[in-house]
Design a protein around this ligand. Structure first.
Ligand code: TYR
Length: 804
């Protein structure tokens, strides 16, 4: 809906509220103002002039040489190319120094040897779209009516000193599809009274009922039809103010009769139709459903074939209008029309919607009927039109009423309580304030203790339930004035639980480590559902899967991440690092919903570039991923609770796989994807890990212990051990730590040798052991005692002997 700020002022005093401010206020109370357009933005220097002389340019066929009185005592020569310019016309003149749209500056010029002091303008040159200009002025220059005073600002005469607010209406706010509706709304927002038209046209002694009778067969679709007859109408152009009102609202002016019906449509939101009474060829209006195959030629000269879904206005036999959508060509008002039959009717949305949809015809009328017009405005709108037909077309309105009325619409009566309003809005309003808001809306209220009962006028058909009342109070009290409190509950925004905070830390860490976050499907195929599962259970099946590929809930994230790598690889992106935090689903034996457990998984393939400035790019390996896991545990303060043990797991490389331990319990795995699996997915060497994020984030961090900086030196002993090839360094390390006692502070593996000089099936592992006593300097003896224990334990428990 395009709302003229100037026009609105005819119904409400907007003193002190600029168009911009008004737009802001309307938006804040619930109807979005999508834009405010200043119609004369950047334009100046256009006046109404009088063409005193007009003759052909001596040197140019197509040009005219005119003499124009500018009304300020100045008469100037202007060369004009428009073919329709002529002596005696009142026209818009852009004088020297004027600025037109597009920052087009008018200068003194010489055209083919003749001086020109300005430009005579078309409406388009003044920024009015050609399709909105009256047909005869769509191109050539525009003529003001002969009574227009010269010297005036032409932009003002054309109502271009106006601003247009474009309302973006939601379908429920059909009430704001009219100037009166907007006036009510603005009145409520500003807390101001509004002036409504009160048409009381004089009527002649002749009775309309002698000219026409109205019958409605389709009462359900058309419960109210009001007809008026206006005689002695002189059809002609509308006055400029009316034409400009229509143009500013996006409607093209035609003639005074049609323009008046459109003006009322904009003002009241009530569509009207004017028939040429004499062309009806009968004294009867009959509203009925169309017959199957019946044809009507509408005003746009298109022949339309109808069905009983469509409602038509007929003259008793032939359709003369497609009800509520478009009039018929056979009864169109033209220049020779003298008697007008005016229709103001209430059609229900359904039939109109169907007709406009079937015929691809959305008119200003149909869009209002579809959303619902106010039945209470049907009669006043007809009166107002009749009055304007007297004033602007010299018409004579016949007396008496011709109506078909089976309407049964009562205002809705809705109640709510102050308690409910305050609870929903989070306010502390008093009943007086609530009553005041409804008074501003012009809704009647009655109050009984905490209960307020509101009688909703029919113009606000959108208000039917208690919550609608609460909304009205909220939006007019001002959403900005509502206290800002956060809802309280388990998921209170702004307050993250400890778990959520840690999950964030994990995500940031993974991203910091160089992995991209992936979000993959929880639904998967039977094959992938169980792959890489930490918890080997039967997967949960969907009762009604959309496809086989998505028929089960996953038990592990890794297969999905491998799909991501594969997808990228197929697109020539062969170095990819991704992670995901997400749920896996574990079946419960009972009928209950499956348990959702949050996991963290990562997959890396291709080159791993730790620091680009280090130059070489290395392929990812086990230790890259292990380092990421270690860093993660450290980030969470769990590094001392982390462990790895060698493992063999399905789908992973048997020699390059470990379980991830937290306090000695396996909570995940890490390893290289099994070569056959890699091949099947067309991947290069790929490493993955997955662990229970839940277990990780719920783990208690072991309290930190601080020790003083040592005052005594430590002593390091390196040993090389010969062991069976299958012996894990981690196992030996454990034996060493246990046997070493309190003096042994640190153990590190530093060498592995499996070569020629070794016996078959043996390997050598070298460890460095650091001994230290915080109380004193250790003697050789002290160390020997501890160290021998270590060697004995190694031999006894792992058959390890010192390499000679
Ligand atoms: N007067 C408008 C037209 O002729 C809209 C309209 C059409 C209104 C049919 C009512 C009606 O029954 O297009």
């Amino acid at each position: 809906m395009l709302v003229s700020y100037k026009w609105l002022q005819e119904y409400i005093d907007l003193e002190g509220v600029s168009a911009e401010e008004l737009a802001e206020k309307i938006t804040k109370s619930g109807i979005e103002v999508e834009g405010v357009e200043k119609l004369n933005e950047g334009l100046k220097g256009v006046v109404v002039g009088h063409v005193l002389e007009c003759e052909k340019h001596p040197n140019a066929e197509k040009l005219n040489k005119t003499l124009v009185d500018l009304g300020n005592g100045e008469t100037v020569q202007i060369i004009c190319g428009a073919p329709n310019v002529g002596k005696g016309q009142k026209v818009a003149v852009a004088t020297v120094g004027a600025v037109l749209p597009g920052n087009f500056k008018i200068k003194k010029a010489k055209l083919r040897g003749e001086e020109s002091h300005g430009m005579i303008c078309s409406l388009q040159e003044l920024g009015i779209e050609g399709k909105l200009a009256p047909k005869e002025y769509a191109e050539g220059i525009y003529n003001f009516t002969p009574d227009t005073e010269i010297g005036q600002d032409a932009l003002e005469v054309l109502n271009r000193d106006d601003e247009i607010l474009e309302l973006g209406l939601t379908p429920n706010r059909a009430d704001a599809m009219s100037m009166l509706g907007v006036a009510y709304e603005v009145g409520a927002i500003l807390g101001k009274e509004i002036k409504l038209p009160n048409p009381q046209p004089e009527t002649s002694s002749e009775q309309a009922s002698d000219y026409i009778s109205v019958n409605v067969e389709a009462k359900e679709d058309n419960p109210l039809y009001v007809a008026k007859v206006i005689k002695n109408v002189k059809v002609g152009p509308s006055p400029v103010w009316l034409q400009t009102r229509l143009m500013a609202a996006g409607i093209r002016p035609h003639n005074n009769v049609v323009d008046i019906t459109n003006f009322i449509l904009l003002e009241y939101g009530q569509p009207l139709h004017a028939f040429d009474y004499d062309k009806l060829g009968s004294k009867e209006i009959l509203v009925r459903r169309a017959k199957d195959g019946e044809v009507i030629e509408t005003l746009d000269d298109v022949k339309r074939t109808l069905t009983p879904d469509h409602l038509v206005i007929t003259n008793g036999s032939e359709p003369v209008a497609l009800a509520g959508v478009m009039g018929g060509a056979n009864s169109e008002v033209g220049n020779d029309t003298t008697t007008v039959l005016l229709e103001s009717a209430y059609f229900t949305g359904g039939a109109i919607r169907k007709a406009s949809k079937d015929h691809g015809l959305r008119s200003e009328a149909s869009s209002r009927y579809e959303k619902g017009v106010d039945p209470a405005r049907v009669r006043p709108a007809a009166e107002r039109a009749a009055q304007l037909l007297i004033e602007l077309a010299g018409g004579e309105v016949l007396g008496g009423k011709v109506e078909a009325d089976s309407l049964d619409v009562k205002p809705a009566v809705v109640s709510t309580t102050l308690g409910k309003i305050n609870k929903v809005l989070g306010t502390d309003l008093e009943m007086k304030q609530v009553e005041d808001i409804f008074a501003r809306l012009k809704f009647e209220t009655s109050v009984d203790n905490d209960i307020i009962t509101v009688t909703v006028p029919t113009r606000r058909g959108d208000i039917t339930i208690e919550e609608d009342l609460v909304e009205e109070v909220g939006r007019l009290y001002g959403y900005d004035n509502l206290p800002t409190t956060l809802p309280e509950g388990p998921s209170t925004p702004g307050h993250l639980s400890e778990y959520q905070k840690k999950r964030r830390v994990v995500r940031r860490y993974m991203e910091g480590a160089g992995l991209y976050q992936a979000v993959t499907y929880s639904l998967t195929s039977a094959e992938k559902a169980t792959q890489y599962a930490l918890d080997k259970r039967e997967p949960v099946e969907l009762a009604m899967p959309m496809s086989e590929d998505r028929s089960l809930l996953r038990l592990s994230i890794v297969p999905q991440l491998l799909e991501v790598l594969k997808y990228n690889n197929a697109r020539q992106i062969d170095s990819v690092a991704v992670y995901e935090t997400g749920a896996v689903f574990l079946k419960n034996n009972s009928e209950e919903l499956p348990e959702e457990r949050e996991h963290l998984a990562a997959a890396i393939t291709g080159l791993w570039e730790s620091h680009p400035w280090q130059g070489e790019k290395k392929s990812v390996d086990f230790f890259v991923l292990k380092g990421i896991v270690e860093g993660l545990f450290a980030k969470l303060g769990l590094e001392r609770q982390l462990g790895f043990v060698k493992a063999e797991l399905d789908g992973l490389h048997p020699g390059r796989t470990a379980e991830i331990l937290l306090n000695g319990n396996a909570i995940g795995f890490i390893g290289q994807v099994h070569p056959t699996q890699q091949k099947a997915l067309d991947l290069k060497e790929t490493y993955v890990f997955e662990l229970s994020l839940k277990a990780l984030l719920e783990a208690e961090t072991a309290p930190l212990q601080y020790t003083a900086i040592p005052r005594f030196p430590s002593i390091t002993r390196d040993i090389a051990l010969v062991v069976e090839k299958g012996t894990a360094a981690g196992d030996l390390e454990k034996i060493i730590t246990e046997a070493g006692g309190s003096l042994l502070k640190e153990v590190n593996v530093f060498d592995l040798y499996e070569g020629e000089k070794m016996e078959e099936g043996k390997k050598s592992l070298a460890f460095s052991l650091k001994y230290f006593d915080p109380e004193k300097t250790l003697t050789d003896e002290d160390i020997a005692k501890a160290h021998n224990k270590v060697l004995a334990a190694l031999e006894e428990k792992a058959g390890a002997v010192l390499r000679g």
